[in-house]
Design a protein around this ligand. Structure first.
Ligand SMILES: C[S@@+](CC[C@H](N)C(=O)[O-])C[C@H]1O[C@@H](n2cnc3c(N)ncnc32)[C@H](O)[C@@H]1O
Length: 299
């Protein structure tokens, strides 16, 4: 069985990922690295295209199927030495297991975990011998494709600290952040802390919310708050923050994605390796795969 979500923007994001994995593994082939692909929100390998917003599901039975990120990575064959898939849902985790039968030639390179993306990634970052002298150096591409606010800032920091990972992050700028702040600048009491965890700071409050003074003839000056950030400004804020931890860099171009012309997510690319060669390669490959996308650009 496939999972149900997504529409054209899902295909767009997956096409970009697949093109990057292909270009990356080709560029680093025969360079002596051990190449890893880590898909932290792996799904099942199949997607029935509908609506990516779980609460707005309008999927009918006649929507086409597309191949998901896990399948797209595996069809590259032996391009990566290891493919690691993490999926929290037990049902989807079991479905993922079928990919080993579908790709028997590389079944021994596939690891599938039923768990939490943040926890598994922290372990992966801590335990992989990225730069040890007695083993080949390890390099990885990580894909973070959550439905909402699942990715914690601390996880991004661990990824950045490896200095060896290229990251594609579907940041929920609209769905996960912008929609959690009401027009009047107030935030549901249960949503503030999750926003701190995804953005890694509580200072977003002063960046996204302003205090206005209204002069009332009878009551005098009255202060009221208002939301001033849109999903574009929130994406720019996140990219600027990520630049503080990714010593390689964060691409100044990003792709706005969503259904029905609503900006729900921003596809962001960052690389952790600070070397000049890694910068040149990461930028060239990422810009290359985004060339045909409608892009936002950091001001
Ligand atoms: C947008 S879908 C990913 C789709 C997948 N990348 C693909 O192309 O087919 C998000 C997936 O993450 C899973 N998920 C949600 N929270 C998770 C978590 N904390 N850790 C791991 N997986 C999670 C969901 O069950 C869902 O399958």
């Amino acid at each position: 069985m496939s999972q149900r979500f997504g529409d054209a923007h899902t295909v767009h994001k997956l096409d970009a990922l697949e093109a990057y994995l292909n270009a990356y593994s080709t560029a680093l082939k025969n360079q002596g690295f051990r190449l890893l692909y880590f898909d932290a929100f792996a799904g099942t390998g199949d997607i029935q295209v509908g609506d990516e917003t779980p609460m707005l599901q309008t999927v009918d039975d006649y929507q086409p199927f597309v191949k998901g990120s896990a399948w797209r990575a595996l069809q590259l064959g032996a391009a990566f030495d290891e493919y690691i898939f993490v999926e929290r849902s037990l049902k989807k985790f079991r479905e993922l297991g079928r990919l080993k039968d579908e790709f028997p030639a590389i079944a021994d390179r596939i690891a599938i975990e039923n768990g939490d993306a943040n926890e598994s990634l922290r372990t992966f970052c801590a335990e992989t011998p990225w730069h040890r002298r007695d083993t080949p150096h390890h390099r990885a591409v990580v894909f973070l494709d959550p439905f909402g606010n699942q990715v914690e800032w601390d996880t991004l920091r661990r990824i950045a600290d490896t200095q060896a990972i290229d990251l594609w992050y579907l940041f929920p700028a609209g769905l996960g952040v912008h929609r959690q702040i009401r027009k009047d600048g107030t935030v549901h009491f249960q949503h503030g802390d999750p926003l701190d965890r995804i953005l890694g700071t509580s200072e977003w409050r002063t960046a996204f919310i302003t205090q206005k003074i209204d002069d009332d003839l009878f009551e005098g000056a009255r202060s009221r708050s208002a939301k001033v950030a849109d999903p574009v400004a929130i994406t720019e804020y996140m990219i600027t923050r990520m630049r503080g931890i990714f010593r390689g860099g964060v691409l100044d171009e990003w792709v706005p994605l969503g259904s029905r012309n609503v900006h729900m997510y921003s596809l962001i690319f960052a690389w952790a390796n600070p070397s000049r060669a890694a910068r040149a390669l990461a930028q060239r490959l990422a810009k290359g795969v985004l060339r045909s996308s409608n892009r936002g650009r950091l001001k």
